[in-house]
Every structure is written in C-alpha cells, then in structure tokens.
Design a protein around this ligand. Structure first.
Ligand SMILES: *Cc1c(COP(=O)(O)O)cnc(C)c1O
Length: 397
C-alpha cells in the first residue's frame, strides 16, 4: 500500500523535499502511526509544532466547535477568537500589538516590513539596511530567504531584497562592524534552529539590546522555533529578560493549524497604518480558536514546569550518549530543543531509528535535532534513548 501512495505523491508533488518512505496516518499522544499500523515514537513533533501531542481532546473540541460556528471572516470585520488570541499572545510575549499570519515565513515578512516602515517614517527615506546572522533560518519566501544566512538556499534565486548584511552569531564585534546610519533592524533567533541548535549567549543579547537602544535600531527575535514553551519559557528570551522590539512566532503557536504572528512594542507597531500590510486568511476564527486554546492548555497543563523538569532528564541521558560514543562530539541546546553534534553525517542513524519506530530529524548534515512534543515523559525519553543508542551501535558495527 505504501509504495503506490509514495509513487503517486512523487508523480504529483514538486520535488522540493527528500521525504522518508513513510505514509503517516494518525497520531495519539506522542506516537504516530503509518497507514500499515506501524507505531513511531515522535521526537520531531512535525518540526517543533505539535507541542501538546496528538489528539488532545480539549484542543480538538475547541476546533470542532469553531468549525461549526464560523471558519473565516476576512480582516474587514472583527471576530472574537482573534481578539482573545491576541490578548493571550500579548500577555505571553510582553508586546503591545499583534498581527496574525499564516506561517512563520509570513511573520518574518511582516517583521521586515514593519521595521522598514518604522525607519521610513523616522528618516523619510527607504534607504535602509537589516543585519541578520550567519547560519540563520527565517523561511523560503523572497524576503525571508534574503535574511536567511545560508548562501546555498539563496544562490539560484537572486536578486533577493537588498540591504541585508550578515554578521557572525554571538559575536558583537561582527555586528558592530556591519552597523551604519542605514541600519533599520537586527534580526536573530535567540536559539538558532535549522542552523544547528545554537543558543545565543546572554551577553550577546545584552550587547545587541544596548546597541539597538543607542541607535534606535529595531531588535527582532525570531522565536518561531524556540518560542512557545520549547525552552521552558513561553518565549525563550524570558530567561534573560532582554526584550526585543518585534517578536515572530509560528510552529507551536497553533499546534498544527497554519498560523504565525509578529508582535511589536507600541513605538514600533504604530508605524503601520491602514493599507500597509494585510492577509485574507490571517488570524481567521478557526486558527485563532486554536491559538487561544493552546495558551489555555499551556497553563492548565503546567507545561513550562513540565518542560523544565523533563528536559533536565533528557539532557542527562543525552550526555551519557556523548560520553559513550566517540562519533558524538557534543550536545547543545535548551529545554526540549536539543542537538547532538556528530563527527559525520547523521542520515544513516536517522533512517535506522525510523525503521525501529523512532522519528527524529537533522539540523544540517551532522546534527540530530530533538524537538519532541512538550508533553513527553521520562519513560518516553528512555524509550527514545534506547532506540537511538541501538541505531548508533548497529550503524557503527
Ligand atoms: C520554521 C521556521 C521559519 C519558517 O516558518 P514556516 O512556518 O515554515 O514558514 C522561520 N524561522 C524559524 C526560526 C523557523 O524555525
């Protein structure tokens, strides 16, 4: 049954992904099942999306209820789920105003536009620049790609949007060397995801904040992957207290429905005027009912506390592997966003693990990335370690 479906998919769908040969069918808690009924422990969560695990009844019921009531209105009218979701996102992010998008990429697009508009209003010129980071990932649209510090992704698609400079992550001197009169914004992931699970140091964020305050540059955190509880804080920067001017979120924000957002402090947000930005679907009642319920469940399930507890155990078990296998160089990460850095490509381990019923993904060629649902237990960690370890030892012979 698998092969026919995969063949049809390969025939119909553009070849932008090398997919694993698995057709997923349903999910339950932290487990996924393929169409043949094979069970997989999921340590990828649909790329850091399904924080609550699969089939959470309250979440599913909230969506069903909203489907029966109203799915879409456009942004020409108000709707209650959007108002509720925006209040909860403001409270969680400590920002003043929110714009809902349909993806993370679009949240980045919006953040870039808002920062440019703020600069334009202040200086009466659109000759501005953005500083982004080497090894960053912000999405695949022309704007988001332009600030993504991976030249391999960019090469075929030039010309991209202009005025983008790349500085070295965690290197304040590198950032300073790129600053000019035209610098409108500095954009970074507080924990780099696709680039290899690199947390920013507190000193780096502190220096960036100081620099941005001195020169009235807009500081943008991309918390699309590291936000929404993944590090044990609602947004990862909360552990440092060093606030941005704009924050982007998506992935776990809707826990599976396509929704993202960018939010900003009032001074910056007020640069936008009617007509400056828009989206037909953005923040429709269906996705906002999901967002609203996600925030409620984070609280009622005490998820941040849970992440702090279970991630300490995950770190301990991963460190044991690092000590045991010379092919593993080190562990890096925060909370339930962990990377195991290998001395060689990790594709073979990941394929082996999949055969054995464990879903894990990579970040770059040499790094195994672990971004499980936030509801995983110690037992799930043990199960994951056991499969991962046997995948490594069998591959190494
Ligand atoms: C996934 C991701 C994006 C892009 O989000 P999409 O929803 O895929 O458009 C942007 N920034 C970061 C840090 C991401 O992890």
């Amino acid at each position: 049954m698998n092969l026919e479906i995969i063949e049809e998919a390969e025939h119909n769908i553009m070849h932008t992904y090398n997919r694993f040969p698995v057709v997923l069918d349903k999910g339950e808690g932290v487990y996924l099942y393929d169409i043949n009924g094979k069970k997989y422990l999921d340590f990828a969560a649909g790329i850091a999306v399904f924080a609550l695990g699969y089939g959470n009844k309250e979440y599913n019921d909230a969506l069903k209820e909203q489907i029966e009531k109203l799915i879409h209105t456009s942004n020409l009218y108000y709707n209650l789920p959007m108002v509720e979701a925006s209040s909860k996102l403001k409270k969680a992010s400590f920002m003043d105003r929110v714009f809902f998008t349909n993806s993370g990429t679009e949240a980045i697009e919006g953040a870039i536009k808002l920062a440019r508009k703020y600069f334009y209003k202040k200086h009466n010129t659109n000759d501005s620049e953005i500083i982004a980071m080497v090894h960053s990932f912000h999405g695949r649209s022309m704007g988001a790609l332009s600030v993504t510090g991976n030249m391999k992704y960019q090469e075929a698609f030039r010309p991209l949007i202009g005025g983008v400079e790349f500085a070295d992550f965690n290197d304040i001197e590198s950032v300073k060397s790129k600053i000019t009169e035209k610098t409108a914004a500095i954009l970074l992931e507080p924990v780099q995801g696709e680039g290899g699970i690199y947390p920013a140091t507190k000193e780096f964020l502190l220096e960036l904040r100081k620099l941005c305050d001195e020169k009235d540059i807009v500081l943008i955190y991309d918390e699309i992957q590291c936000g929404m509880g993944r590090t044990g804080e609602m947004f990862s920067y909360r552990s440092t207290g060093i606030k941005p001017d704009i924050i982007t979120t998506a992935k776990a924000l809707g826990c599976g429905v396509p929704v993202g957002a960018f939010a900003a402090i009032e001074k910056v947000a007020s640069a936008f005027e009617p007509g400056d930005h828009g989206s037909t679907y953005g923040g429709n009642p269906l996705v906002c009912a999901a967002v609203s319920k996600v925030f409620d469940l984070f609280e009622s399930m005490n998820l941040l506390e849970h992440v702090k507890e279970v991630s300490a155990y995950l770190e301990q078990r991963l460190d044991e592997l690092v000590n045991k296998y010379s092919v593993i160089e080190l562990r890096r990460g925060v909370g339930l966003m962990q990377g195991l850095v290998f001395t060689k490509p990790v594709g073979e381990y990941i394929n082996k693990a999949l055969e054995k019923g464990l879903i894990i993904i990579s970040a770059g060629t040499n790094i195994i990335r672990l971004v499980p649902p936030l509801v995983i237990t110690r037992e799930n960690v043990d199960e994951m370690i056991q499969i991962l370890e046997s995948s490594i030892s069998e591959t190494e012979g």
